[in-house]
Design a protein around this ligand. Structure first.
Ligand code: F6P
Length: 352
């Protein structure tokens, strides 16, 4: 059995379960197969900087990792080696650092952006790469589930439960804005699980008049409060856009919708933006399990020399597929899909 020496890194925004993937990988690769595994700090940064920043990973490193949020290797979404922090293309440093460290390949845990970098390193320098898909947004179509998504949904669902009691006590309209970039998966799943009255998602541009009509309909049925789940990437059908907050690329649509409601009907409106609470903290049981499966399956891909592949969940099984399947293929909510139809069937208003 070949003994390998590989690097592993986490890139892009963090997601609950990153440490659990690392644990699964280290336990199998180092603890059982006696490989050498080198953790690269802060995404690709650790290979680009001088001195190189890496950690030799040993089995005891895994203690306490399963339930711990974040990533002990650190991460960044600003470290593209091909366009590095205003210093130009430093990508040649990656294979150079790998040579210095004696690494035969890299295991890259990250979303579409990070996977695209890994793939490009493989194309341009022949760097052998195995991928593990990550994002709380669940928008990678290569896999049925990314780890972190379920934890984010749990947090958002609990937030809705909490907002329900206060909204009901005060007869208020309360909006909860959740993450998801240009996909509405977190909003739709948590909105359904938490019994939101309205759910607005990017895939279904909303008409504020329809949202207000729902609030009024509820009032006429004796329900004086309304809970509205808002995906951060949601768009208003009439073309109105949220005011840009300095330094923030996305978000703010819940404030726009709140203003639109206030402009149309008499209502006591409040807005909660859940933000990074969805990304921080301990992964839920589902994500711990999925992450562990991904970590162990990534070892299998390396062992079988299946560089250029990424581990994914398909119909309940973990398999390897070409990394290219995980980049440039963005999964959004199907506006006519079963979940949207289910939501409509229980009276959810999408604003369209
Ligand atoms: O892609 C994951 C995600 O959490 C999105 O849902 C969100 O829009 C974005 O990252 C926020 O990224 P950051 O705050 O790290 O720049």
């Amino acid at each position: 059995m070949a003994l390998h020496r590989v690097g592993i890194l986490t890139g892009g925004g963090d997601a609950p379960g990153l440490n659990a993937v690392l644990r699964g990988f280290i336990k199998r690769a180092v603890g059982q197969l006696h490989w050498q595994v080198v953790g690269v700090e802060d995404s690709f940064d650790g290979l680009l900087e001088d001195p190189i920043r890496v950690i030799e990973l040993t089995a005891p490193r895994c203690r306490g990792l399963l339930a711990r949020g974040g990533t002990f290797l650190g991460t960044t979404n600003r470290g593209d080696p091909f366009d590095y922090r205003g210093q130009g293309d430093l990508s040649h440093r990656v294979p150079r650092a790998m040579d210095e460290l004696g690494l035969e390949g890299l295991v890259v845990i990250g979303g579409d952006g990070t996977q695209a970098i890994g793939w490009r390193l493989m194309q341009e320098y022949g760097v052998p790469v195995v991928g593990v898909p990550k994002t709380i947004d669940n928008d990678l179509s290569a896999t049925d589930r990314t780890f972190g998504f379920q934890s984010a949904v749990e947090v958002a669902t609990e937030a809705l439960d909490r907002l329900h009691t206060t909204a009901e006590s005060h007869d208020r309209v309360i909006l909860l804005e959740v993450m998801g970039r240009d996909a509405g998966h977190i909003a739709l799943h948590a909105g359904l699980a938490g019994g939101a009255d309205c759910i607005v998602i990017p895939e279904l541009p909303y008409d504020p008049d329809r949202i207000c009509a729902k609030v009024m309909r509820r009032r006429s049925h004796g329900r004086a409060f309304t809970i509205i789940m808002v995906a951060e990437g949601a768009r208003c059908a009439n073309g109105e856009v949220p005011e840009k907050s300095p330094g923030l690329s996305i978000g703010g649509v819940s404030l726009l919708l709140a203003r639109q409601i206030k402009a149309r009907i008499e209502a006591d409106v409040r807005v909660t933006v859940l933000g990074h609470l969805q990304r921080g903290g301990s992964p839920c049981a589902y994500d711990r399990l999925l992450s562990t499966r991904y970590g162990v399956a990534a070892v299998d891909l390396v062992e079988q020399d299946r560089w250029g592949e990424i581990v994914v969940l398909r119909n309940g099984s973990i398999i390897g597929v070409p990394i290219t399947e995980a980049i440039n293929t963005y999964r959004t909510v199907d506006p006519n899909g079963e979940l949207v139809r289910t939501a409509r069937a229980v009276g959810v208003e999408f604003g369209v």
